[in-house]
Write a protein that binds this ligand. Structure first.
Ligand code: GLV
Length: 381
């Protein structure tokens, strides 16, 4: 199928196109869950089991999806979540995704493990974006990352707390995914069949982790992702460190990776603006509960103290409505926009956001709600 926006009607179309256009190692990296992928599948199937309540004869002629996330105005209850190596799904992928998000009026989150650097993206866009932080052993370096995010005027720090060790994704090992990401991996032949991708990535600013280049020890070593995370990430990370991060970053803090009520209460006590109910897209603890199954308990326990955001399996506007009905203030997507990026660069990310926007509008109309603030459990059967 040639890229033709008019033929694309859903996120799954973008996924199919991305699968053809992006080299297997990088497509698989984004798509995979850990181990047997039980949690990855549960994220989707539990969402699909939540039934929306069809309502009729309600005037829905003036419908508005605008809301606020973490203190900022947004056109949709949606943000682009952090995804490592976005710039290897498409050259300069972080810049393109950020531009698409900003044009659509929603936040973009840059991963610590981005290909473009914080400064590359800040120079290429005209509004602030969010920065996701992984805490590494070298605390001086962590401090400098936070300072760089502040200097780039990032509007929120998204602290990921569920990846101090890496859940194994079998495909990454089989594909020989290395650190730093290398263009010389064993599936070069596969890459040669993706000329559009090769051109985009070769004309991109960088091919390695832009934020870490020259800072992190052992960068030249080609290692597996798990070994590298094991050597660089700080496994001693605890709630005490969140206090330390708060002293360095007094601005908006979002704690991402909460799947337990007790942890949600601890997150609320830190004074963070928001938490993200998340199991890292089923990429970490396989066998963990689906993200949506934990959302209502967490929202009930802490929703009045801290903003509750949600990710895990969102592929449509209907899914957003389901999560909002169960207590989320807004949702983050990862794969849904990464498929758009791989399918068609910036236009593909814009398409992903617009597909979801239209689905949300239609679903709000058919459940009889006109404003995001009106969405609650009453939109469910
Ligand atoms: C990193 O965040 C990953 O899930 O691979």
């Amino acid at each position: 199928m040639r890229w033709d926006v008019k033929d694309i009607t859903c996120i799954d179309d973008l996924r199919r196109l991305a699968r053809r256009r992006v080299p297997r190692a990088f497509f698989d990296y984004a798509e995979a869950g850990s181990y047997s992928q039980e949690t990855l599948r549960a994220n989707r199937s539990d969402l699909e089991h939540i039934k929306l309540r069809q309502r009729v004869l309600i005037d829905v002629s003036s419908l508005d999806t605008a809301t606020h996330i973490a203190g900022g105005d947004v056109s949709l209850p949606l943000a682009l979540g952090p995804v490592a190596m976005t710039g290897l799904q498409w050259g300069n992928g972080e810049i393109l995704a950020c531009r698409a998000a900003q044009a659509a009026g929603i936040p973009f989150t840059m991963s610590t493990l981005s290909i473009c650097s914080i400064e590359d993206v800040a120079a290429a866009v005209d509004k602030p974006f969010w920065f996701q932080l992984y805490v590494m052993k070298d605390r001086g370096f962590v401090r400098s990352l936070i300072e760089r995010a502040a200097a780039a005027k990032c509007s929120a720090l998204v602290l990921t707390v569920d990846l101090q060790v890496l859940g194994q994704r079998h495909v990454d090992i089989k594909n020989g995914l290395s650190v730093p990401p290398s263009l010389k991996m064993n599936n070069l032949i596969n890459m040669a069949t993706k000329p559009g991708w090769v051109l985009s990535v070769l004309s991109g600013k960088r091919w390695t982790f832009g934020n870490l280049d020259g800072h992190v020890k052992d960068m030249p070593d080609v290692k597996s992702l798990a070994q590298w995370v094991g050597s660089q990430f700080d496994q001693t990370l605890s709630w005490k460190d969140v206090e330390w991060i708060r002293t360095l970053w007094p601005g908006t803090l979002i704690i991402k990776g909460i799947l337990d009520v007790e942890d949600a209460r601890a997150a609320a006590r830190t004074g963070a603006t928001a938490l993200v109910v998340s199991n890292h897209g089923g990429r970490q603890l396989d066998g963990a509960a689906s993200s949506i199954s934990m959302l209502p308990k967490i929202a009930d326990a802490v929703g009045s103290e801290i903003e509750v955001l949600f990710d895990g399996g969102i592929r449509s506007g209907q899914d957003i409505l389901r999560a909002l009905a169960l207590g989320a203030k807004a949702c983050l997507i990862g794969r849904a926009y990464i498929f758009g990026l791989g399918a068609g660069g910036e236009a593909g990310v814009s398409k992903a956001i617009e597909i979801i926007r239209k689905e949300l509008e239609v679903s709000m109309a058919l459940t009889g709600v006109k404003r995001i603030a009106e969405v609650d459990h009453r939109v469910l059967v």
